[in-house]
Design a protein around this ligand. Structure first.
Ligand code: AN7
Length: 379
């Protein structure tokens, strides 16, 4: 019997904050516990006095934040005796569902939009043995169909309309409060189906002191030196949601019929958690904004080339937004800002093609040629 301190994932860590019965056997891949990285280079470039962090969710087991929700949703589905799960997906949900279903020994059916998901995500769904159903339609069409399937076929729906998904995803807010010792002033994230912004707001709200409660709370759950349970925080952040211009229903004020963006993860026109996301925005005095594909890719490049962090295009919109709002002063100097980088850049390696001509030199296999290239590039 090992006696170490092995991290066993969200359910192991946050059991008392998750609505799972204690006899549900956790289906986990050690998700969560992702780094909160400070962006010193970009902040220096902006020249403003802010603390800017990214929560790098690309370091979850399948490379996106979806794993936080999937561990809880699949654990619950299995506890209920389910033999199969289903989801519609722009890619990351299907990759995560496929992996957790494999681990649980159940079937995963994933509906993906015709030709519009990133190669890495499709590879994951295939390699984990999911049944991949590509529909002649977009994510919103898929969502409509899987909701019907959950009513009429023996499958559990694991999109974020499943409340266990958001319960799992709220733990990212707990981790941020633990890491900072407080809640940030602003939390910025990409918005697609609007589940994650809803989940973070739930998490921050659960961490916050209730009216009338004084100071940091003593642990209600355990006697030890448990950092998490003592980390009740005084305030909640302003929630800021950013969308791709071609898929920005929150900016239009209504669903978008034919969403289009290079950030395929957030190519969503009819967000399922519409009301909850609006409530989070309103209650936190937050806002929504939009950025076009060019701005998204430019920010992705800034993160890779200036900070060493490779996120997928959809994730970069959170930093594009934060930078714009810090520059304009909408996010005030002196603030602590956290952006969620929702997925890993390796999910969508195709975006690197546009830089390859400039980055890749082809040479003779000779020391002299390589040396010449080195000296040339150092100039
Ligand atoms: C990298 O996988 O909807 O606003 O089907 O993959 O909670 O939907 C993905 C969404 C942001 C948007 N960043 O989050 C899916 C899917 C990445 C994503 C979002 C997604 P929500």
């Amino acid at each position: 019997m090992a006696t170490g301190n092995r991290y066993t994932g969200l359910i192991g860590k946050y059991a008392d904050r998750l609505p799972l019965s204690s006899d549900a056997a956790p289906i986990s891949l050690g998700e969560g516990n992702t780094p909160l990285i400070r962006l010193d280079n970009l902040v220096r470039d902006i020249g403003k006095d802010v603390e800017l962090y990214v929560k790098y969710e690309g370091l979850n087991p399948t490379g996106s934040f979806k794993d936080r929700g999937m561990t809880v949703a699949v654990t619950q589905a299995v506890a209920e005796g389910s033999q199969a799960i289903i989801c519609a997906s722009t890619g990351n949900t299907s990759a995560s569902a496929a992996a957790y279903a494999a681990r649980a020994g159940i079937k995963a059916f994933v509906l993906i939009p015709d030709g519009k998901i990133a190669m890495g995500k499709l590879a994951q769904a295939i390699m984990h043995g999911a049944e991949v159903l590509q529909i002649h339609g977009n994510f919103d069409d898929g969502m409509r169909i899987v909701k019907e399937m959950a009513e009429t076929a023996p499958v559990s729906l694991v999109n974020s309309v499943n409340p266990y998904r958001l319960q799992g995803q709220k733990t990212a807010a707990f981790e941020i409060c633990e890491a900072l010792g407080r809640a940030p002033d602003y939390h910025c994230l990409p918005v697609g189906n609007a589940g994650n912004i809803t989940a973070y707001w739930m998490g921050y709200s659960e961490m916050a002191l209730k009216p009338g409660e004084a100071g940091t709370q003593a642990c209600k759950f355990c006697e030890g030196d448990c950092q998490f349970h003592q980390a009740a925080v005084a305030s909640r952040p302003v929630m800021v949601g950013y969308q791709a211009s071609g898929a920005a229903p929150f900016l239009r004020g209504h669903p978008v019929e034919k969403p289009e963006t290079i950030a395929t993860a957030i190519r969503i026109g009819a967000p399922q958690s519409w009301d909850q996301a609006l409530a989070a925005s309103r209650e936190s005095s937050g806002w929504f904004d939009e950025f076009d594909d060019e701005a998204i890719l430019e920010t992705q490049w800034l993160l890779t080339s200036r900070e060493g962090i490779f996120c997928e295009p959809a994730s970069a919109v959170s930093v594009a937004g934060a930078i714009a709002d810090i520059r304009s002063g909408k996010i005030a100097e002196g603030s602590t800002v956290v952006c969620t980088l929702t997925g890993h850049g390796l999910k969508d390696p195709g975006v690197a093609e546009r830089y390859a001509d400039a980055a890749v030199s082809t040479l003779a296999a000779e020391s002299s040629a390589v040396k010449e290239a080195i000296l040339g590039k150092m100039r």
